[in-house]
Design a protein around this ligand. Structure first.
Ligand SMILES: [Zn+2]
Length: 394
């Protein structure tokens, strides 16, 4: 079926940011949503020539937008090829992701330029799965004390010449840069990136509360996997976590698998930030959809066992995840007690807002891109549509 196909996704419940609409339909034509609402109010003409997709009583949601993905389907962004990026995008589409940022590990500059180039090429060729919205540079401008799974050898303070060249190669595909604001030159780099519409996300950082606040004043707008790879919240020393929890200028990423962050702390973040301030991310690595065993995350050797990923030479360190976006939504609903509309908002509209794309992504509304996921009663993705094309169905 081509993207020009007209569809009616019906027999389901429509999830909007505010409510669940019983007996809802989404009508799609030429890659765009032309109607989303109660079936009884749909104009008769929209049914003409369209193919019906049966939501089987499930939840029809805006497609999920994952701003932090390293890999999936056996492929990693650091493989630096359009084919690898397509494999990742397809693997995540099977879990409701309709758009993602390919996320790098810390690496030599030339290698990162290669990934940026691959992202540009994959954007042109298409992925057959989730949209590739661009690049999230996670490091190398991060603090060695909070390196997590990143190789310390590649970590360095931000360098203006490197950022300029990355920006030249990636162009508008450079979307997010994770940075530790306490590094020399970081505040200048935050100003430079923010002025170009690139989101600076505070992360892998030992920043104090005051240093984090100064970074927000300089233009930083996000926090990378809140609580992971930063100082724990302490009542006399709140650190970066304390700053981003209380400052409404910031949207925070959460790895909501219930392992990286305890459900009680997910609830704390939720109470502080609300659905408009939280972006669910997976931080997923290449082994999604693959058997347990030894893999790499970037150039770091890791071991995958029973759904967890750990650094081979330092098993205490988690190294990314095998989380999927539909699972993150499930955890927020089932373990944290968030409503389904709020959990879905954290997986769709909030990240769209963070990326400046909320005028065309993140909602089921007429005129929006036809990026849709259907979840069954157990909140597992059963249909994923990207730009009016069914890229996954089971
Ligand atoms: Zn990551």
């Amino acid at each position: 079926m081509s993207a020009g196909q007209a569809w009616v996704i019906g027999n389901g419940r429509l999830v909007t940011p505010d409510e669940v609409v019983e007996d809802g339909v989404v009508v799609v034509s030429a890659g765009k949503i032309v109607y989303a609402g109660p079936a009884r109010d749909a104009p008769g003409s929209v049914w003409d020539g369209s193919v019906e997709l049966d939501a089987r009583g499930g939840y029809i949601c805006p497609g999920f937008i994952d701003g932090h993905v390293h890999g999936g389907g056996g492929a990693d962004a650091m493989d630096a090829s359009p084919q690898a990026l397509a494999r990742m995008a397809q693997a995540h589409a099977a879990h409701g992701t309709t758009a993602l940022l390919a996320t790098t590990m810390s690496a030599p500059h030339e290698q990162l330029l290669g990934v940026a180039d691959a992202v540009r090429r994959a954007q042109l060729s298409g992925t057959g799965g989730a949209r590739l919205l661009g690049l999230h540079l996670e490091g190398p401008y991060i603090n060695p004390e909070r390196a997590g799974a990143h190789h310390r050898a590649w970590l360095r303070p931000p360098a203006a010449a490197e950022l300029e060249e990355l920006y030249r190669v990636a162009g508008p595909a450079l979307r997010t840069v994770t940075m530790a604001p306490e590094l020399p030159g970081a505040v200048e780099a935050i100003r430079w990136l923010s002025a170009r519409g690139i989101t600076v996300s505070l992360g892998h950082t030992a920043a104090s509360y005051e240093q984090a606040m100064a970074a927000l004043d300089a233009g930083a707008q996000a926090a990378t996997h809140l609580f992971n790879a930063m100082q724990a919240l302490h009542h006399r020393s709140p650190g970066c976590a304390g700053a981003v929890l209380v400052d409404d200028r910031v949207r925070v990423e959460l790895i909501a698998d219930g392992v990286h962050v305890h459900p009680g702390v997910l609830r704390l973040a939720w109470r502080c930030k609300g659905a408009a301030g939280i972006m669910l991310v997976t931080d997923c690595m290449r082994a999604l959809g693959c058997p347990d065993g030894e893999y790499t995350l970037g150039d770091v050797d890791v071991v995958v066992r029973q759904g967890q990923v750990r650094v081979r030479d330092n098993p205490a360190a988690l190294a990314g995840s095998l989380l999927t976006m539909d699972q993150a939504v499930r955890v927020m609903v089932q373990a944290v007690g968030v409503s389904l509309p709020d959990a879905v908002r954290m997986a769709s509209l909030t990240p769209a807002e963070a990326l400046g794309l909320a005028h065309r992504l993140g909602r089921l509304a007429a005129g929006y891109e036809a990026d849709v996921v259907v979840l069954n009663q157990d909140l597992e993705a059963t249909i994923t549509m990207v730009a009016g094309e069914v890229v996954f169905q089971r």
